[in-house]
Write a protein that binds this ligand. Structure first.
Ligand code: PGA
Length: 252
């Protein structure tokens, strides 16, 4: 795969005005990273103005969650149709959604299938923890649990679905301590093997597998060189537009 992916998860940061200001700076410098697929995931309220700005630029947009239903009496929720007017991707299964908002592997599967049906590519995050015992601080690397989580997430996916996967150990998110690159590469290889065996060689070879958790300018090179890893999902370090441009330039 000769394209690198950089997903910027802006979480609950940036008003629409701030998003527009940052995006203009990023778009101005986008010729610096021609080989990086930069996917910016701002809050819902920024998606419409951001969408107008990114037209005819190499930058893509994503949402940070969705409700799997199409419409109805679900106060405060947002459907795949609603966000698909403004973006092409959606982050699903982030540990913060799983831990703080009680989303289960089953929910992530429903959301992913709904996303795919509306031409949104899910970026599915895996932390290798079980729904019932998840902790932000758990450092155990449980490959069996990760495989279960992966299989639950992709259950009944339509043939030839487009999606991305991100390994994000909870303890590394926002902690300033990133996971060991060798371990990340091994996990990415395991994930690819599972996809290869369950969804076939075409998807197995083409699915982008990313690493996320305290990626910064200081360590992004450690991950961008890994043979099994196709990019990074970055939170905190992606909020500053200049740093984001440098990250996108470095990772390609
Ligand atoms: P971080 O967040 O880069 O701030 O650790 C990553 C994430 O939450 O996906």
């Amino acid at each position: 795969m000769n394209q690198s992916f950089l997903v910027a998860n802006w979480k609950m940061h940036c008003t629409a005005k701030q998003t527009v200001r940052s995006l203009k700076q990023i778009i101005d410098k986008s010729s610096l990273f021609p080989k990086t697929r930069l996917i910016i995931c701002p809050p819902f309220t920024s998606l419409a103005p951001a969408n107008r700005l990114i037209l005819n630029t190499p930058i893509a947009l994503g949402a940070q969650t969705l409700n799997h239903r199409s419409e109805g009496p679900y106060t405060g929720e947002i459907s795949p149709q609603m966000i698909s007017e403004f973006c092409d991707y959606v982050i699903l299964g982030h540990s913060e959604r799983r831990l703080l908002f009680g989303e289960t592997s089953h929910d992530i599967n429903l959301k992913s299938i709904a996303a795919i049906h509306h031409a949104l590519q899910p970026i599915i995050c895996l932390d290798g923890q079980s729904d019932s015992t998840r902790k932000f601080t758990d450092r155990t690397l449980n490959t069996d649990e990760l495989v279960i989580q992966l299989l639950d997430a992709i259950k009944a996916f339509p043939q030839n679905s487009n999606f991305l996967l991100a390994y994000e150990p909870t303890w590394a998110i926002g902690s300033g301590e990133a996971a060991d690159p060798v371990e990340v590469n091994n996990i990415a290889a395991t994930i690819r093997e599972v996809i290869f065996n369950t969804m076939g060689s075409e998807t197995g070879l083409s699915v982008p597998i990313l690493y996320g958790g305290s990626v910064t300018l200081n360590n992004i090179n450690d991950y961008s060189k890994l043979p099994e890893v196709n990019g990074a999902l970055v939170g905190g370090a992606s909020l500053d537009p200049e740093q984001l441009v440098q990250l996108a330039t470095t990772i390609q």
